[in-house]
Design a protein around this ligand. Structure first.
Ligand code: IVH
Length: 668
């Protein structure tokens, strides 16, 4: 009976996926690649599509990104989400504890000290143990329903373990791990997109994305430390108990916390945390001191804004005070205008800082930063310096309010507000600043890899009027280049040879080099592998593009629209005339035969070459490759230690072959 088979297979897949989640997140010892993991998930998705009765609310398939939302629904919190009073002074922290002691005279108090996680506050609602809702704090009373995005976070359980109250609200913090933050910004820099100031902004920005498929890729994580509403069941009665219990029911908690019963003990804990806080995966900017017992918290009560029973002690960041001389505006490759603080140079954390990002106009207004102000500069996330605030006491009244220009500082054309990116953009495709950035990107090592065509060279070429658009690079003449400053005969010849050589670069490099929004090197490779030529990519529909691995609706639309803009079409035609490889010359991807036409292959186990390569080989001979075995599978190619897919092929009667058999069939 197929339904029975399907249900046991679904159960088995869910078990497997849960096991791999545990290996990945808890033990940091994954046994399979992300691709293999995705294949398991896909198989389960297919199975649930075919047998909807098997779909369960806690199935890992419920983490698969849904359709992009139009906007977020507003939800009211059953119990308001408060904020915390904070201080930078240990004396004030002592005073806070003394105050609580006065509120609860004669009672022996116990304190819990936890890292303050620099993330975005989140409330989860579980009903009968199943995740029903995830909401941001918003104004404390009403927040955004971000459930679809939160479901993509693999460390947040869709179902709690054990016996839990019928209704349970859990409070905590979503964060972007420091490593993911660094990688994300690096990627954004390459793509010419605005950088995130720090991991918290990146986490907040990610939660606000309407397309959960992008959220899924960001690698968000979370920790939980508090309760909201609890109905129909028992919950812990102290912070210490709570943290152990949260962990037991499957929720991630802070990696370490301390208990203390007086001011000295609390100070010790604060000092201990300061020593190790940089080792955590999340940013920590302080310690939260809380009364441990919940009944004591009730006695202490709250003000309208914050509880009286808790306080955040914040560590001093490495910061400096300096003068903001002026604000300049940079134009990125995609035309995004970024305000930059030009500072009186100061040393911070061992390096000299003369410029700092101001992110965007809203940030400047929010912090009320004016030209001529004395400002505080910090190394945010220990990477990019940022202006964090203004020394208002030093204001003379002569400071000037900054306004983003209405015209592009490079080309003078009118700029536009892009609400999606909270950015102001110059949309003139011929803007010289953008052209410079685009050529730099095109020639960069990860893209067309044209040695000698770096920032300085591009600047010279554009300034001298030799290059006004990308294709001009391929029309450069030796005489013109040699006439530039510091260009001898030898370096001219080298540059021209590198440019000539780049014409034969594989399609994916060209595609990446074109600088389409959201198309990084890895997406470019996947597109090239699937479509084989630039012309096929350029003429593909949104749906066809979307069927490429790692390409969601938004990215597909971006690619589609790119190739429909007249100036981009012109660009493509000019590059074709200059003789660039549009994919026809790619050996790896050029179609070889139609021997496997109409067949669907599944590859499993350890093989002599990476699976990608074998998949490519099958595609070049007209075949298709799928991640999961079904009745429609033509062949399973099984290597060493093939597991569940091999079993499934056998049970469905799908023929299983080895690598040698594949090569035999492909012999000319
Ligand atoms: S307890 C009633 N514990 O910091 C509020 N908050 O700046 C109790 N935060 O709103 C909050 N780490 O979003 C608590 N270990 C921790 C925390 C923490 C980060 C956040 C939380 C709070 C904000 C206040």
């Amino acid at each position: 009976m197929p339904a029975l088979n399907a249900s046991s297979r679904a159960r088995e897949l869910r078990r497997e996926i849960a096991r791999h989640d545990r290996l990945y997140y808890e033990e940091a010892a994954p046994e399979i690649t992300d691709r293999e993991y995705d294949a398991l998930l896909r198989e389960l998705c297919d199975l649930e599509d075919a047998h909807p009765e098997l779909r369960a609310p806690d199935s890992p398939t419920q983490r698969v990104a849904g359709k992009p939302l139009e906007g977020f629904k507003q939800v009211r919190h059953r119990v308001p989400m408060q904020s915390l009073d904070n201080t930078y002074s240990l004396e004030e922290a002592d005073e806070f504890m003394a105050r609580v002691e006065r509120l609860l005279p004669g009672i022996k108090l116990r304190w819990t000290i936890e890292p303050k996680v620099d993330g975005v506050a989140l409330s989860l609602t579980y009903r009968e143990g199943l995740l029903e809702l995830a909401a941001t704090r918003g104004d404390g009373t009403t927040g955004d329903d971000v459930t679809q995005n939160i479901r993509t976070i693999r460390t947040i359980p869709l179902k709690l373990e054990g016996d839990v109250p019928d209704l349970l609200e859990i409070r905590g913090e979503v964060y972007l791990p420091k490593k993911k933050f660094a990688a994300l910004n690096e990627e954004r820099e390459k793509e010419g997109e605005a950088l995130f100031a720090n991991p918290r902004n990146a986490a907040a920005g990610s939660l606000k994305l309407l397309d959960s498929s992008i959220v899924a890729k960001r690698g968000l994580s979370a920790v939980f430390y508090g309760l909201g509403a609890v109905e129909g069941g028992k919950a812990p009665q102290s912070q210490e108990e709570l943290l152990h219990w949260l962990k037991k029911i499957g929720l991630p908690v802070v990696p370490k916390f301390w208990e203390a019963d007086d001011e000295a003990g609390v100070r010790k804990a604060i000092a201990a945390l300061e020593k190790i806080r940089h080792d955590f995966a999340f940013e920590t900017d302080g310690a939260v001191i809380k009364l441990d017992e919940f009944r004591r918290r009730e006695q202490a009560g709250s003000t309208s804004k914050a509880p009286r029973w808790a306080m955040a002690y914040k560590y001093e960041a490495e910061r400096a005070r300096t003068k903001l001389n002026s604000i300049t505006v940079q134009v990125g490759r995609m035309g995004t205008l970024t305000p930059v603080a030009e500072l009186e140079p100061v040393p911070i954390a061992g390096s000299r800082v003369a410029r700092a990002t101001l992110h965007n106009e809203e940030e400047i207004a929010r912090k009320d930063i004016r030209i001529g102000d004395w400002v505080f500069v910090e190394k945010a996330g220990e990477v990019i310096p940022a202006v964090v605030g203004v020394d208002l006491k030093a204001r003379t009244g002569k400071e000037k309010i900054f306004k983003m220009p209405e015209k592009c500082p490079s080309c003078g054309s009118k700029v536009f507000r892009d609400p999606e990116l909270t950015a102001i953009r110059c949309i003139n495709p011929d803007c010289p600043a953008q052209i410079r950035r685009r050529i730099e990107h095109f020639a960069a090592r990860g893209a067309m890899d044209i040695e000698g065509l770096g920032e300085a060279m591009v600047d010279q070429l554009v300034t001298a009027g030799l290059v006004a658009a990308l294709p001009d690079v391929y029309a450069l003449k030796a005489g013109e280049v040699a006439a530039l400053e510091r260009m001898g005969e030898k370096s001219t010849a080298n540059l021209l040879a590198a440019i000539e050589g780049s014409k034969g670069q594989p399609l994916w490099r060209l595609l990446f080099g074109l600088g389409i929004m959201h198309v990084g090197a890895s997406v470019a490779r996947k597109l090239a592998d699937k479509f084989h030529t630039l012309d096929k990519i350029a003429s593909a529909s949104v749906e066809e593009l979307e069927s490429t691995e790692d390409v969601g609706e938004i990215v597909a639309r971006e690619i589609h629209d790119f190739f429909r803009l007249p100036h981009n079409r012109k660009l493509v035609e000019s590059l074709r005339k200059r003789g660039l490889n549009f994919g026809e010359r790619d050996e790896r991807t050029a179609p070889a035969s139609q021997e496997l036409a109409g067949e669907t292959w599944v590859i499993t186990g350890t093989l002599s070459r990476p699976r990608d390569e074998i998949a490519e080989l099958i595609r070049r001979h007209g075949g298709g490759v799928s991640g999961s075995v079904s009745k429609k599978t033509s062949y399973v190619l099984a290597g060493e230690e093939a597991g569940s897919k091999l079993d499934k092929a056998k049970s469905l009667g799908v023929p299983v072959v080895d690598e040698a058999a594949l090569h035999e069939r492909l012999k000319p």
